[in-house]
Design a protein around this ligand. Structure first.
Ligand SMILES: O=P(O)(O)OC[C@H]1O[C@](O)(COP(=O)(O)O)[C@@H](O)[C@@H]1O
Ligand SMILES: [Mn+2]
Length: 645
């Protein structure tokens, strides 16, 4: 029995038996519906055009619904136009207006067609749920149109009158946009982003805006997201890291136009310090052109080298502050023989591919020059003061975590650190030892501290350093490799030194028994549960598959990132979990001028249709129903009085 105080609170919202019982009926009706469709994406890596298209088109599902509804009735070309209108209503209506095609006929036909699609995509939801998703000003009208009986002549007249009045009152464009957005909203119930929104591609900031407008999204942070979050806290190594990666991919737009980071001090510094150095090892990859902030590749290479050298210095300082990270052998600047031009890695000496280090004092290689210190100060100020960056980072915090259990699935970006013997690996912090789930919780807690602890506190500094550890430390669940060989990539020819070894997790987790052990660690049943990861590109072209451990584990980094498409052979996956099945949609490289349908394959059929009652939401609703029943009983027994106004 709930305590009376709680029931009293509840009675404020449901003041009568009638109000409480009608909510009970409403909730029970919801529980009896098929579960909504969940979409999983990972490793978006700034590819905003491709991702926004996947999201708005529901990875091809909207096109399929159009085909099912109008196939053979309207020409293919019109189907494509309708699809594009649904994905990008504002943009397309603008174009249609400009070409003089926004006629009354067009408006009538379009509204009719959109209403038909809306009916199809809303059919599995309650009327009330659909209504809640409508914009308030059109809710009544859309609701009427969705439920009109087309066999009834009077209703048919009523229908065309509604449409007429929409057109007469010149709100057809707004109405069309509302219908398009409703269709998009109804096809994806929950969106899960399994990490790595940032880096390599052009505009992660645009992706963040899109996610912030989405009605239901959760994010499991990837190592790249953590690195940006660390930069926003003011961690210098993270700041250098995100700048270095952005510059190395020629992504100046995300920095300058996206987040207003002032790069002028860096470009001036680099142009001066590396004036006579072509910085060959630092020429950026050019996969996308900058629209707003074009930087000459020669200058970009100098900026890239300048920031990389500073990064190695400030990373060295963190490693020295934290012997417990066990990363002393990663301070490679200290093992460089600047006279001989060699570097020693794990006891072996290699020639350096670049020997020009005007800012490094061989006697004290981690010491920053005055110019570097000054530069870091201005860069840090830029990161700390970027309003848009902090808006996005706050969203990553409010909607994100290191892991999430949702509808019997366990979601995280990288791995649960394991030892080769199959046990969970552990980390000691303070007097406690963390492993498995507690390790994930510990890191999650520290990620919060890095941003939210008071400025200047010891806890904050500790947690901020840990953000960098999470980026590249060997026991980081979002990194999942033994070391990050950035230094070796830049300066050593011998490819053997570039190797980064994956955590034993990746070999073990392809066996069902290890997946079961992990699921058990997170209190999830072995049967019917799945682990969903990103982070490691699945090399489709080499015959790899994203489905592992007999269907218990999915690794869905399919290479949305252009930089990795040659490795994977495709351009990304969407994992789709609806009431009937789990399916994987495999995407082709995005071409803005061509609509290409993904290859969808069902990977698991549910034994029986999954209802809301079977989901986490359903369990939450069952709790609410039980509470409301107690409230009704309290009214009936007279323990609480109804408030009839
Ligand atoms: O391919 P790039 O951009 O040079 O980056 C390589 C680096 O990125 C990493 O793979 C980390 O990024 P991911 O999380 O996207 O895999 C490092 O392990 C590696 O050193
Ligand atoms: Mn990653």
């Amino acid at each position: 029995m709930r305590d009376l105080a709680y029931l009293k609170l509840l009675s404020r919202e449901y003041p009568t038996v009638r109000a409480a019982t009608s909510e009970i009926i409403n909730l029970m009706a919801i529980c009896g519906l098929p579960k909504g469709t969940e979409y999983f994406f990972s490793d978006l890596h700034g590819e905003y055009e491709a991702f926004v298209h996947l999201l708005r088109s529901s990875s091809g599902i909207i096109r399929e619904k159009i085909r099912e509804t109008f196939g053979h009735l309207i020409p293919e070309e019109e189907e494509v136009q309708l699809a594009n209108l649904i994905y990008y209503p504002d943009r397309n209506l603008g174009k249609i207006r400009k070409t003089g095609l926004f006629t009354e006929d067009f408006q009538k036909i379009t509204i009719y067609r959109l209403v038909q699609i809306c009916k199809v995509v809303s059919s599995k939801y309650t009327r009330s749920k659909v209504r809640k998703k409508m914009p308030r000003e059109f809710a009544y009208v859309i609701d009427e149109l969705l439920h009109v009986d087309y066999n009834d002549d009077n209703k048919r007249i009523y229908y065309s009158e509604i449409i007429h009045s929409i057109i007469d009152n010149s709100v057809a464009d707004k109405f069309i946009v509302a219908l398009c957005e409703l269709i998009q909203n109804l096809t994806i119930d929950n969106l899960h982003i399994i990490g790595d929104i940032f880096d390599r591609g052009p505009r992660a900031d645009i992706i963040m805006d899109e996610l912030m407008h989405f009605h239901d999204v959760d994010i499991q942070w990837g190592n790249h997201d953590i690195s940006w979050m660390g930069a926003a806290t003011g961690n210098l190594a993270c700041i250098c890291n995100v700048l270095r990666i952005a510059i190395s991919y020629n992504s100046f737009d995300v920095l300058e136009d996206g987040y207003g980071i002032n790069l002028r001090p860096l470009s001036m510094f680099a142009a001066k310090v590396y004036r006579d150095d072509s910085c060959e090892r630092f020429v950026p990859h050019i996969l996308d052109e900058n629209v707003y902030d074009a930087v000459d590749p020669g200058l970009a290479a100098k900026m890239h080298k300048a920031i990389a050298v500073i990064q190695f210095k400030v990373e060295g300082a963190i490693i020295k502050r934290h012997p417990e990270y066990g990363m002393a052998d990663r301070i490679l600047l200290e093992t460089v023989d600047f006279e001989k031009g060699t570097v020693t890695v794990e006891g072996k000496e290699y020639p350096m591919l670049d020997r020009n280090f005007p800012t490094v004092d061989p006697a004290n290689p981690l010491e920053l020059t005055d110019g570097e210190k000054e530069l870091l100060k201005t860069l840090k100020a830029s990161f700390k003061h970027s309003g848009r960056l902090h808006k996005h980072v706050k969203f990553l915090y409010s909607h994100g975590a290191i892991y999430k259990c949702y509808n019997s699935n366990l979601l995280y970006h990288g791995c649960i650190p394991m030892k080769a013997d199959g046990n969970f690996d552990s980390v000691m912090a303070g007097n406690a030892i963390y492993s498995g789930r507690s390790l994930m919780d510990y890191f999650n807690y520290q990620v919060q501290n890095a941003y939210f602890m008071p400025e200047g506190s010891v806890e904050k500094q500790w947690a901020m350093d840990l953000m960098w550890y999470l980026w590249c430390g060997s026991k980081s669940p979002v990194f999942g490799k033994d070391k990050m060989t950035t230094f070796e990539h830049y300066f050593i020819a011998d490819k053997k030194t570039h190797k980064e070894t994956l955590n034993p997790y990746y070999k073990l987790s392809v066996q069902e028994e290890f997946c079961d052990r992990i699921l058990e660690e997170f209190d999830l049943p072995a049967k019917g549960s799945h682990i969903i990861n990103g982070h490691v590109p699945v090399k489709m072209k080499d015959g790899e598959t994203p489905v592992k451990a007999g269907g218990k584990l999915f690794i869905i980094d399919g290479g949305l990132s252009k930089a990795y498409q040659a490795t994977t052979g495709i351009a990304g996956y969407t994992l789709i979990y609806n009431s009937n099945h789990l399916a994987l949609a495999e995407h082709m490289p995005f071409d803005p001028n061509k609509e290409s349908s993904p290859r969808v394959s069902v990977v698991e059929k549910m034994q029986s249709r999954v209802m809301v009652a079977d989901t986490d939401k359903g369990r939450e609703l069952a709790g609410q129903i039980a509470d409301l029943k107690e409230l009704v009983a309290a009214y009936r027994e007279g323990t609480l009085k109804e408030r009839v106004e």
